[in-house]
Design a binder for this molecule. Structure first.
Ligand code: AHR
Length: 609
């Protein structure tokens, strides 16, 4: 029996409870959300095994060679390039190079692709570059364009490729070629499909839409381990991620590949703007993953200053130095900012320096921005942080046992940010069993949403191609063409879309293990959302007894996510095996008896009159 008393509100629900967390992992940005189609565009990945993602093209009886040249590049940030030496070519027998994209390039009919590259030649006679999208097997040109003739100076060339009535496919490549003998150097080759909200240097629409459907309130950025980097020089150095792409040197992600930094700080913020959510800004706090740290004191000062500058870049108006830089980059309006996180998982810092590092950042940031809420990444002994970031990577059975974890935590202590959490079952994206673990955990977070101000599953994304995954158990999978949500993705979307403003008094009696619930209501909208989770193989009847509301509408909405086994899941080829289904149910006068199916996550949305 589930008793709910709407006349006894226990506490408000945090309006920012559910948010997003990901980072440059699993090809989340490069090869994922960030819509760039050219992989290794600035040729930062090359070695004894050759040039990653680039190969020589010799059409007809042309002859040429392709090599990495570390001596010349288009900018101070990008000081190297690809060198193409053409020994023999003519306009009908061109020589050039080809990029194979992120496990192919998605091409659709009647679509415009905008591209650019930087190049120079050894003479002014090499002529233009022919650019085309070509099919993998057929080698057919799907769209073509020609640049202006190259010169002996590094210059940027822009082009547009427009497809006709071609078949949709992901097995395509970008080819650049010339029809004259000579040498050319080329770098920072870029190609974008249409993006979400048509932003230049923007994001994939399908992935943005999937995130929007999760109804998030915030994005924790830029990571995770990605913030810290393996070593101090590999940290997320935000100043190197803003401005023209040609001025971004790129940097190694700790997840074993180079980040293009196309998803720079401003792009993160515009992502927030597009989804109408707030950034939760994590600033580098002087600790990197392999254990290097900076002691509190004068050596930490430059990092504190960097964080102050970063906060100003995000939230300062145009009269401030960094607000003016942001305006110059095209975004005069400041972004809203409430939470700043100092570091990431500093409990791994064996030097014990975090207390001092947090205190130093706290003092400097609060002096300038007293209203910002500053998140610590571990409990502190000497001071009370505003918020603490807790992380949980668990099995479903662990989460089933710990849904009451926050019920007894001191309400006079810091607030809680559950900044990373996930049931780690199923790969690449999680299965129904994981969704049940997630849902059980979310019922506990909702019940404690007076204490838990923010919560974000991590990580969100995974590229499902072989080699695309560094971290199993993610929520949204994709290849170059399509994407899909795991059962856990749908569980979160259901929870976040049915979150009231208040938690009323309630109790569940007589239920077996692995049955969970949460109730929130929204008096202004006249709704009561009852979430029920049955992580058992047998149905569970529940009698719902609602007090404190005289009149209920005669029908209610029931949303159900269910399956036959916990291993069931969605995949790139079968993206909708486990998806929520919506039905209308009758609401009798008196108690409502409802049977929760086996392995199911359900929401009953009641309307009061
Ligand atoms: O989400 C994956 C990783 O897990 C994050 O980068 C890190 O903060 C945590 O250890």
């Amino acid at each position: 029996t589930l008793n709910i008393d709407l006349s006894k509100p226990l506490h408000p629900v945090s309006p920012t409870l559910y948010g997003l967390m990901t980072e440059e992992i699993n090809y989340s940005y490069d090869g994922g959300l960030y819509a760039e189609m050219v992989r290794n565009r600035a040729v930062r990945q090359h070695g004894w095994e050759g040039l990653a993602n680039w190969r020589l093209v010799e059409l007809g009886h042309s002859a040429a060679s392709l090599a990495f040249d570390p001596t010349t590049g288009p900018s101070d940030a990008l000081q190297s390039s690809l060198k193409l030496e053409v020994k023999q070519a003519d306009p009908a027998n061109q020589a050039g190079l080809l990029n194979n994209g992120w496990w192919g390039m998605a091409v659709r009919a009647n679509t415009e692709y905008k591209g650019s590259f930087y190049a120079k030649a050894d003479s002014n006679d090499l002529g233009p570059v022919s650019v085309s999208l070509v099919g993998d097997n057929s080698g057919d040109q799907l769209a073509a364009a020609t640049s202006a003739p190259l010169t002996t100076e590094w210059k940027r060339y822009d082009f547009t490729l427009k497809t006709g009535n071609v078949a949709t496919s992901a097995e395509n490549h970008l080819r650049l070629s010339v029809g004259h003998q000579g040498t050319l150097w080329i770098d920072l080759v870029s190609l974008f499909p249409p993006t979400y909200h048509d932003r230049a240097n923007g994001n994939r629409p399908d992935l943005m839409e999937k995130m929007a459907a999760m109804k998030p309130a915030f994005l924790r950025l830029p990571g995770g381990n990605y913030l810290e980097g393996d070593d101090i020089q590999d940290r997320y150095d935000w100043k190197k991620t803003i401005g023209p792409l040609v001025d971004r040197p790129t940097h190694p992600s700790p997840w074993n590949y180079q980040s293009s930094d196309g998803m720079g700080l401003l792009e993160f913020l515009e992502w927030c703007e597009d989804l109408k959510i707030q950034p939760v800004l994590a600033v580098y706090a002087g600790y990197s993953l392999r254990g290097a740290h900076i002691e509190p004191g004068p050596y930490l000062e430059p990092f504190v200053d960097d964080a102050l500058d970063e906060i100003e870049f995000v939230s300062g108006d145009t009269s401030t130095k960094w607000g003016a830089v942001r305006a110059k980059l095209g975004h005069p309006a400041p972004f809203p900012l409430t939470y700043v996180e100092i570091g990431n998982e500093d409990n791994f810092d064996r030097s014990g320096s975090y207390e001092g590092r947090y205190a130093q950042f706290y003092k400097a940031i609060k002096a300038k921005y007293p209203s910002l809420q500053l998140i610590a990444t571990m409990p502190l002994k000497r001071m009370k942080p505003d918020v603490i970031d807790d992380h949980y990577y668990k099995q479903a059975t662990d989460f089933f046992k710990m849904t009451d974890h926050y019920d007894t935590i001191d309400r006079n202590g810091p607030k809680i940010f559950v900044g990373e959490w996930a049931t780690r079952e199923g790969a690449p994206a999680t299965n129904l069993g994981a969704a049940l673990g997630d849902a059980a955990w979310m019922t506990g977070m909702e019940r404690n949403s007076d204490l838990i101000v923010l919560a974000s599953y991590a990580p969100l994304f995974v590229n499902v191609n072989p080699g695309g995954m560094q971290w199993e158990s993610d929520l949204i999978g994709y290849d170059a063409l399509t994407s899909y949500g795991s059962p856990g993705y749908y569980a979160q979307a259901m929870f976040a879309n049915h979150l009231g403003t208040s938690v009323p008094a309630s109790s569940l009696t007589g239920a077996p293990d692995r049955v969970f619930y949460s109730v929130t209501n929204d008096p202004a909208k006249h709704t009561v959302d009852i979430k029920l989770v049955n992580a058992n193989s047998v149905p569970q009847p529940v009698e719902i007894h609602l007090d404190g509301e005289s009149k209920l509408a005669k029908s209610a909405i029931l949303i159900s996510l269910e399956g036959h086994t916990t291993a069931e899941t969605n995949t790139i080829d079968h993206p909708t095996r486990i998806v929520p289904k919506m039905t209308e149910i009758k609401v009798p006068t008196g108690n409502l008896t409802h049977v929760v199916p086996p392995y199911s996550i359900q929401i009953i949305e009641l309307k009061t009159e």
